[in-house]
Design a protein around this ligand. Structure first.
Ligand SMILES: [Zn+2]
Length: 363
């Protein structure tokens, strides 16, 4: 009951700070346990791409719906502050302020209709997806970070089997366990971090400047060279593959530590919900000396390489065997793509560059 009063109050605040918008549906939150139980079509809301799928380069989403309403979705466990929403009208090449939000709660979802004030500026027939683009300006530092995510990947949460309405669970999901809304809440900050790291210039620089070659065919010799006749990969092509994955279904594997291939990708639950592993804690010593400590990052990079189409024979999915002596800070590093990505992520954690430098759901 108290929650409802808060939601109504919030809705009133929203209306009063933006007279251009009228709240249409009760505003609420995504990734609550309701997403596990409410069925839309033939499956729970959580697995519905149009309701809970997201483009990782648009984690705070303002879209025009088919019925000409404004849909807001905040896919992150972060409350954004101080946002101004503009509508850019293509046929007049002008934009105008639609609303000011002093805050947008973590995982908030809301739908608004436009008031007469909007229709005075742009007639109803000119409000369509081609003619109207929404633009946001904000002083929130998280907003600045997510704007730097440029990779085009769309994600949704996978069933990996068949949904059985009567049993209220999915069947035939070999190797995958059921992913719940609480798992989605754990995945979101990690996906934002990974997408940020993959979008960075640092990734391009590290791949182009790596003091070893990349191969999808064979292991390196002990001196770091590739065996005679072994084809080395074009570095720009590697960058292209890692930054142009178009679709991923997220899941939770059970038998393997991680699974990746085709459109399916997942890490075991214990890796995504742990606030003390290398996804959220900087640990250079552990990364270099303890396989178990670096494992979450290694498994992620391994499976992501599979998504990009690389196999097990070279140093693309594996961390690499040959140790090269001239890594950053004079340290010894393993000469493989997983190692490169692991250290890139850790360095960005150390400098607090990543969107989430601690696990937001575990504080
Ligand atoms: Zn593998």
């Amino acid at each position: 009951m108290k929650k409802n009063i808060i939601l109504i109050l919030l809705a009133i605040v929203m209306i009063s700070c933006g007279k251009n918008l009228i709240i249409e549906e009760e505003s609420g939150l995504m990734f609550t346990s309701k997403d596990d139980t409410v069925i839309v079509g033939d499956k729970p809301v959580l697995y519905n791409d149009s309701l809970r799928g997201f483009n990782v380069n648009n984690l705070l989403e303002f879209t025009l719906t088919d019925d000409k309403k404004l849909q807001l979705k905040n896919f992150l466990p972060h409350t954004f502050k101080d946002l101004t929403l503009y509508a850019y009208v293509k046929d007049t090449n002008k934009r105008f302020k639609i609303a000011y939000f002093d805050k947008i709660e973590a995982f908030k979802i809301a739908k608004y209709s436009f008031s007469k004030l909007v229709y005075m500026r742009v007639s109803k027939d000119r409000i369509n997806k081609e003619n109207i683009k929404f633009e946001v300006e904000s002083s929130d530092s998280m907003f600045a970070k997510i704007k730097q995510i440029t990779i085009p990947t769309r994600f949704s949460f996978g069933i990996f089997g068949t949904w059985d309405k009567d049993l209220n669970t999915h069947t035939n999901r070999w190797g995958w366990e059921r992913l719940y809304a609480k798992d989605a809440r754990d995945y979101m900050p990690l996906v934002a971090n990974i997408a940020y790291a993959l979008s960075s210039n640092r990734l391009k620089k590290d791949v182009l400047n790596a003091p070893f070659d990349f191969s999808n065919e064979c292991k390196h010799n002990s001196d770091g060279t590739l065996p005679k006749g072994c084809k080395k990969l074009d570095r720009n092509d590697i960058i292209k593959k890692f930054t142009n994955v178009n679709y991923i279904y997220l899941g939770l594997p059970t038998r393997a530590e991680g699974l990746g291939g085709g459109k399916n990708f997942g890490l075991k639950r214990k890796y995504i919900n742990n606030p003390n592993n290398v996804f959220y804690k900087y640990d250079l010593d552990g990364m270099e000396n303890d396989r178990h400590i670096r494992y979450p990052l290694e498994v992620f990079a391994h499976e992501f390489s599979h998504i990009c189409g690389y196999g097990h024979k070279g140093n693309m999915a594996y961390i690499g065997q040959y140790i090269y002596p001239d890594g950053p800070n004079g340290k010894k590093r393993l000469a493989g793509m997983s190692s490169l990505i692991g250290y890139l992520y850790q360095d960005m954690l150390k400098t607090k560059e990543l969107p989430f430098t601690s696990h937001p759901n575990k504080n």
